[in-house]
Design a protein around this ligand. Structure first.
Ligand code: NAD
Ligand code: TDX
Length: 382
């Protein structure tokens, strides 16, 4: 276990020069958002440092998400370490060997429906794993300056909104699923390490992401691939639950802004300012798909339109009704803003899935099929 950090807590920002020349340990870098973030780093003009991607490669982790980076930077500025964030000795050894001074912590079990069917992995990875990482950083960084632990969290920790209102950084936590409860718990641990041990930390709470490389258990890629295959598009409940959608590149640019300009001990909300009901999302996916790959040319549709596949199924237990983020703080303090409108981001996403059939085939393995059977066979139409 780590010793205490020494010295007064560092309140300032690290700055682009410090982060730009550092070695970053990115946990969960083989997942959807983590891989996009690593790609984003190497596209940053201000980044000349190194990246260690520490990932267990669960069902959601896929080295194929970073084939391009492995080719361009592998062995020079990009290094992959397969490992479990719950393994203290391994994490500490990698931290020490790499000399990483910035940790960007994406690794998590991330799917709400899986947390309902099997919460144990969520408690282990999201809580125990975050605790283990914090302990390893406390130990490896003792006496060091210019270090930073950035924790990636979610808007789901704030609970469920009614028709009005927005989540602020100061909104009290009210998680309602095993997933959000485990993320809330990890956020509390991160804050506790700041106050108790002066570990320099930042936290971001982000709304729903979408974009290329997202595992097709989540709403948008699931609906897209089902539509292409002529399968039902299963909307939970009345389909009117609201999420705030953010294109994944915009999430990554926000994390970069926080790493370089964010103040230690601070929390930043990140959102798309783009509220949509689930049924509107699915209708939009069908609409764009009709323009890019008309259903009449798709034998699996058998004469139907994509939207004819929309099916209302039984609801997710404890289904949060509405999420919506107020992200004024990051816009004001760090001059971040979203670059992609929902229409642009969604079109780019759909074009990407249509162009990457090999990636899609690779993902739709036995494990994925098993999940789809488990989750949807138990969901009769109400
Ligand atoms: P993902 O499920 O696509 O990827 C998670 C990654 O973590 C995978 O590569 C997996 O192999 C790895 N991982 C899981 N358990 C691990 C362990 N014990 N040790 C090491 N690696 C492990 O998730 P994502 O959608 O990219 O989400 C990344 C982070 O962002 C998560 O912390 C999630 O809570 C948060 N987040 C996601 C969204 C979203 O809409 N997807 C929104 C807000 C916040
Ligand atoms: O088949 C489906 N039918 C359906 O109606 C699926 C998979 C989802 N939904 C609904 C449930 C939600 O209201 O769509 C909405 C989005 O569902 P998910 O894609 O599973 O995302 P959500 O539960 O909102 O959580 C996501 O955003 C916050 C991420 O998975 C989390 O990791 C993140 O923290």
């Amino acid at each position: 276990m780590g010793a205490g950090m020494t010295g007064a807590v560092q309140k300032g920002a690290l700055g682009e020069k410090t982060v730009g020349s550092a070695t970053l340990l990115v946990t969960g870098g083989a997942g959807f958002i983590g891989s996009c973030f690593i790609r984003h780093l190497f596209e940053q003009p201000g980044f000349s440092g190194k990246v260690v991607n520490f990932d267990k490669l669960t069902y959601a982790g896929n080295p194929a998400n970073l084939t391009d980076i492995e080719k361009q930077q592998g062995g020079k500025r990009y290094f992959f370490e397969q490992g479990d964030i719950c393994d203290h000795d391994r994490v500490l050894a990698v931290l020490k060997k790499s000399g990483a001074t910035v940790v960007v912590h994406f690794a998590a079990e991330s799917h709400v429906d899986r947390s309902i069917l099997g919460p144990q992995d969520f408690v282990r990875t999201n809580i125990q794993g975050t605790f283990t990482l914090l302990e390893a950083c406390r130990s490896a960084w003792e006496g060091k300056r210019d270090v930073r632990f950035h924790h990636i969290s979610t808007d789901e920790v704030y609970g469920s909104l009614g028709e009005t209102g927005l989540f602020l950084e100061t909104t009290p936590y009210d998680p309602r699923s095993p997933y959000s409860a485990s993320k809330a718990s990890s956020d509390h641990l991160v804050r506790a390490y700041f106050h108790t041990y002066q570990l320099p930390v930042t936290i971001s709470n982000c709304s729903n992401n979408y974009g290329p490389y997202q595992f097709p258990e989540k709403l948008i890629p699931l609906m897209l691939l089902n539509a292409m295959g002529g399968k039902p598009l299963p909307l939970y409940g009345d389909g009117k639950n609201v999420r705030d959608w953010l294109f994944v590149d915009d999430h990554c640019s926000a994390v970069w802004s926080i790493l370089t300009g964010g103040l230690s001990g601070e929390t930043y909300n990140i959102g798309g300012e783009c509220e949509r009901q689930n049924r509107q999302i699915v209708e939009k996916v069908c609409e764009i798909l009709e323009t890019l790959r008309p259903a009449r040319g798709n034998a699996a549709l058998n004469g139907r339109a994509y939207s004819d596949l929309i099916t209302y199924v039984s609801d997710r237990p404890g289904h949060d009704r509405r999420y919506a983020i107020n992200c004024d703080k990051i816009k004001r303090d760090l001059e971040w803003k979203q670059r992609f409108t929902f229409e642009e981001g969604l079109r780019k996403t759909i074009e990407w899935y249509l162009a990457h059939t090999e990636w899609v085939r690779g993902i739709q393995t036995g494990e994925y099929r098993k999940w789809v059977e488990t989750n949807y066979a138990a969901r009769p139409v109400p």
